[in-house]
Ligand binder design. Structure first.
Ligand SMILES: [Zn+2]
Length: 168
C-alpha cells in the first residue's frame, strides 16, 4: 500500500493477464525491427486504429513496438498483421523525434516540450508531478488513450533523464 505510485495500470493489467495463459502474453520480436514488443489489449487497438483498419485485427494476439526508429506500432504474434503510425488516429510520441509537440501523456495532454520546459525553466509543480497527482486520483485511462496501453510515467521517466538525449 505504501509503495510509490509508478503506474496506474499495473493492477488492472495483472487482472487481465491472469485470465490468459502466460505464454500468450510474453514479449515477441517486432516483425520489422526485431525489438521486443509488449502485450497490448484489443481494446487499446480498437481505440487507436483508424476505423477502416479495425477489421484486420481478427482474434490475433498483438504486441506494441516501442523502438523510436521503427514505424511499426503494433504487430500480431502470428506475423500476419502489422500496423504503422499511418494506421493510427493518434500520433505516437515514441515514434516522433525532435518535435516538442509530440505527446507523452495522452490522458492529460502533456508533450515532450512541457517536460523540457520544466527542466529549462525550473518550473514547479512539474508536468510529471501533476501527472502523478492525477494518476493517483485515478483520472487516467491509459489503456485506451496511450498507444502502448500502459501508463505514461515509465516513458516519461525515460525522457526526463537528461543523459538519454545524448544517445544516438
Ligand atoms: Zn519495431
Amino acid at each position: 500500500m505504501s509503495t510509490p505510485l509508478e503506474s496506474c495500470c499495473g493492477n488492472r493489467a495483472e487482472q487481465v493477464t491472469s485470465q490468459i495463459r502466460p505464454r500468450d502474453r510474453g514479449p515477441a520480436p517486432c516483425l520489422v525491427c526485431g525489438a521486443s514488443g509488449t502485450a497490448v489489449e484489443h481494446r487499446t487497438l480498437l481505440h487507436m486504429l483508424r476505423p477502416d483498419r479495425v477489421g484486420r485485427l481478427g482474434d490475433r494476439e498483438f504486441r506494441f513496438c516501442d523502438a523510436p526508429g521503427c514505424d511499426t506500432v503494433y504487430f500480431s504474434v502470428d506475423g500476419e498483421v502489422s500496423f504503422g503510425t499511418a494506421d493510427l488516429r493518434e500520433r505516437v510520441g515514441l515514434k516522433t523525434t525532435g518535435d516538442p509537440q509530440a505527446p507523452v501523456c495522452y490522458c492529460f495532454g502533456f508533450t515532450v516540450g512541457d517536460l523540457e520546459a520544466d527542466v529549462r525553466l525550473g518550473r514547479t509543480p512539474t508536468a510529471v508531478g501533476r501527472i502523478r497527482e492525477m494518476v493517483k486520483a485515478r483520472q487516467c485511462v491509459c489503456e485506451v488513450r496511450n498507444p502502448s496501453g500502459r501508463c505514461c510515467l515509465g516513458e516519461i521517466a525515460r525522457i526526463a533523464r537528461p543523459s538519454n538525449s545524448e544517445k544516438g
